[in-house]
Write a protein that binds this ligand. Structure first.
Ligand SMILES: NC(=O)C1=CN([C@@H]2O[C@H](COP(=O)(O)OP(=O)(O)OC[C@H]3O[C@@H](n4cnc5c(N)ncnc54)[C@H](OP(=O)(O)O)[C@@H]3O)[C@@H](O)[C@H]2O)C=CC1
Ligand SMILES: O=C(CO)COP(=O)(O)O
Length: 330
């Protein structure tokens, strides 16, 4: 199965970077962005405000016409997690049956608590679902810096073929059949990067940051395994790999958000219209709800959700975590 024509839906930083990835891999690429100015800027000057200072491949073809982009052999859906259902429904009239839709957002749906693959199965069952996730900052990828990600699908052959279609000298996808593990890893690392940032912002030291990363990984793994994920996925790129990247680099929007919270800025100010997308803010309460449903303890995610909801200060949340009853590590 060859995927010569790739359609990318979502003209933000990650959608644009992934369109460049597909072009570098030799595919014919069309990028859908709803913002007419962004489309004009990409086509006329090879620039986008979402990736400042990065010159885009002149071959990159952007458009406002969703139908045109969906005339493709595979589609990458790269809009914020909470828009997945609306976009899938919007795509429905134009997408051929059995065309793979690769979900590239990292999050869980509000209200339903659903994985994005379940959202897709509900809204667009005729599509073949796949997931792309892993440690990958859009600006690094757009610049052509070396990056490795995981692409998962139920059908191993589909995952292999998608990996082949997007691979290049600077972009190395590994294939997997564990769509649950890949999605929970990508969604929860965003939540866990927030307290790691708060620790930095509050000046609480590298030891606390490492402890939170490790205990956060324990939570991510517990929830993912309860949902059916495999251990090797969680210790792989989309679990540990992305958690390490996001919880240690202020380049991450989630960590940067946490740093500002730690410095005392308010959630309302940092999530006001026009501010950057911080997926962990949306995912935290959903993760807590999933944990409750599955009987899985997620104290760090609960603390994050409580701080975001205004129920605890950063210092109180830390106190809650540090005063939990002592327990065995495993
Ligand atoms: N940036 C990164 O480094 C990475 C991001 N991701 C994930 O990718 C997803 C997208 O993130 P990212 O690209 O960074 O976000 P951005 O904020 O840069 O871009 C989001 C894009 O989605 C568009 N969009 C939002 N809602 C709709 C809609 N209803 N219909 C059409 N387009 C819509 C926005 O359009 P408009 O400009 O008009 O608002 C914008 O172009 C997130 O889940 C993120 O976690 C994953 C790996 C790396
Ligand atoms: O998912 C990412 C890196 O893998 C991007 O992280 P942020 O959304 O925190 O910037």
């Amino acid at each position: 199965m060859k995927f010569d024509r790739i359609g990318v839906v979502g003209g933000g930083s990650w959608g644009t970077a992934l369109a460049l990835v597909a072009a570098r891999a030799g595919r014919t690429v069309k990028l859908y962005a709803r913002d007419r100015d962004a489309v004009a800027s990409i086509n006329r000057s090879g620039e986008t405000p979402r990736l400042p200072g990065i010159k885009l491949d002149p071959a990159l073809d952007a458009t406002n016409d969703l139908a045109e982009v969906l005339e493709a052999d595979a589609v990458l859906l790269v809009t914020p997690a909470q828009t997945t259902r609306a976009l899938a429904l919007q795509m429905k009239p134009y997408l051929g049956a059995g065309i793979p839709v690769v979900l590239c957002a990292k999050g869980l749906e509000h209200g339903s608590g659903a994985l994005l693959t379940d959202v897709l199965a509900d809204a667009l069952p005729e599509a073949a679902a796949a997931v792309l996730s892993g440690p990958s900052f859009a600006s690094d990828v757009a610049k052509g810096l070396p990056t490795a990600v995981t692409i998962a699908a139920d059908d191993a052959g589909l995952a292999d073929n998608l990996a082949r279609a997007l691979a290049s000298d600077s972009f190395r996808p590994y294939s997997s059949t564990d769509m649950i593990g890949v999605q929970i890893g990508g969604a929860l690392k965003n939540v866990l990067a927030i307290p790691c940032g708060a620790i930095v912002g509050r000046g609480l030291g590298a030891s606390a940051q490492a402890a939170l990363t490790a205990r956060g990984f324990a939570e991510l793994s517990r929830l993912a395994k309860a949902m059916g994920a495999r251990t090797e996925t969680l210790t792989g790129l989309s679990g540990l790999g992305d958690l390490v990247l996001t919880s240690s680099s202020p380049q991450s929007r989630n960590m940067a958000f946490g740093i500002e919270i730690g410095r005392g800025r308010s959630v309302a100010e940092l999530t006001a219209p026009g501010t950057k997308l911080v997926e962990g803010v949306h995912t935290a309460p959903v993760a807590v709800e999933l944990g409750k449903r599955r009987g899985v303890e997620l104290p760090i995610c609960e603390a994050v959700a409580a701080v975001l909801a205004g129920g605890l200060s950063v210092d109180e949340a830390l106190q809650v975590l540090m005063s939990r009853p002592l327990k065995r590590e495993i």
